[in-house]
Ligand binder design. Structure first.
Ligand code: C5P
Length: 221
């Protein structure tokens, strides 16, 4: 039986990937399925936490016993995260957030015939929600966890990202054409701001989720 070691804790998890609209029919998106975030939400609920799951563009059914917030874009994700984080013990940012969004939204479908080549699409930076939340925590004892998908120099890039973002834990995994995205299994290293490094062997996304909650529990007061 699962031990309710997260009973009385409020956790926020983000899952999926943001989509940044260009016009009524097109968006800039990414390949995140949301499965890892959903596994985090399910395992936290099973361990007794009160869970808010902020979902971006997944095809997954709402898990039982979890408060859902459905959003689409990075700007909407930021608003939902900052609101939910206000009374959370833990925030886990598993969603893939678009780094850029189109600087303008065309209210009518962009036509090939009005286009020059290359297409004049300009992008602006999205806010970095994880960095912002880590730097400006609504509660000093809040534990903040990020994810990083890397294709090369996974550990070195992960350590640098952990410092830059300012979160407590960073779950780093290697991604590629056939790895991680949409899969049921995952392999990762969890890096901690206090220097800890926890490798998690290839296995179900639930197993990685449980390791993340174990490491979070060690850091909760
Ligand atoms: O910088 P990178 O996108 O690799 O960082 C990934 C981590 O940062 C994830 O936890 C993601 O949810 C978060 N992130 C964010 N806001 C952004 C970009 C990423 O919160 N604009």
């Amino acid at each position: 039986a699962t031990v309710p070691d997260l009973a009385g804790r409020r956790v926020v998890v983000t899952a999926g990937g943001t989509r940044e609209p260009l016009d009524p029919v097109r968006y800039l998106g990414n390949r995140s399925s949301g499965k890892q975030g959903y596994a985090l939400a399910r395992t936290a609920a099973a361990r007794g936490a009160r869970v808010t799951l902020i979902e971006a563009n997944t095809q997954l059914p709402d898990p039982a016993g979890v408060d859902m917030v459905h959003i689409g874009t990075a700007i909407q994700l930021r608003e939902a995260v900052l609101k939910a984080a206000a009374d959370a013990d833990v925030v886990v940012m598993a969603a893939a957030v678009a780094d850029f969004r189109p600087s303008e939204y065309a209210t009518g479908k962009i036509k090939k015939k009005d286009g020059r080549e290359p297409a004049p699409i300009s992008l602006v930076r999205n806010p970095d929600i994880l960095a912002e939340l880590s730097a400006d925590r609504p509660r000093a004892d809040q534990v903040v966890v990020g994810f990083a998908a890397e294709t090369d120099d996974v550990l070195a890039n992960g350590r640098e990202k952990l410092r830059r973002k300012g979160c407590d834990l960073l779950v780093v995994n290697e991604v590629g054409e056939r790895r991680t995205f949409g899969a049921e299994e995952n392999e990762a290293v969890v890096l901690a701001a206090d220097g800890g490094e926890t490798p998690v062997p290839y296995g179900p996304k639930e197993a990685l989720a449980d390791t993340v909650w174990d490491l979070v529990l060690q850091r909760l007061g």
